[in-house]
Design a binder for this molecule. Sequence first.
Ligand code: AMP
Ligand code: ZN
Length: 133
Amino acid sequence: MSCIFCDIVSGEAESFVVASDERAVAFLDINPFANGHTLVVPTRHVTDLLDSADVLSDIAPVLHEAAGLLVDRLGADGINVFQSSGAAAGQEVFHLHMHLLPRWHGDGLLQDLVGTPSAVDDLERLHHRLTAR
Ligand code: AMP
Ligand code: ZN
């Protein structure tokens, strides 16, 4: 099965790599939400968060390095890190990737994500469903 991010890791497909080691590659997103929007992928093919217990530790050093570049080189004031697992969550490329979204004060991104206070009863029920044995 072909995978565009495996092709980027191998160098078969073009990309703008900003950081890498033997376990992970960080490259610029071709359809950025903001200037400097970067993706970090494991070099091994992992579909999503449910696919591997240790993939996050594999990509952690490159994630950290790329985040530093966004602050040091682009002057980002902050960074959002997010990951979509599954089509319902908006995943379009099924090779796990973390999005690094540089943020600037007042940039207005992600304004629709507003929390709704939860009743304690609801939290108790959820807690039970998640932890009952
Ligand atoms: P997701 O919706 O979380 O699966 O995100 C997929 C991301 O991959 C999107 O932000 C795309 O713009 C990005 N993308 C897809 N193909 C490429 C590519 N060849 N090089 C860089 N970014 C890509
Ligand atoms: Zn892949």
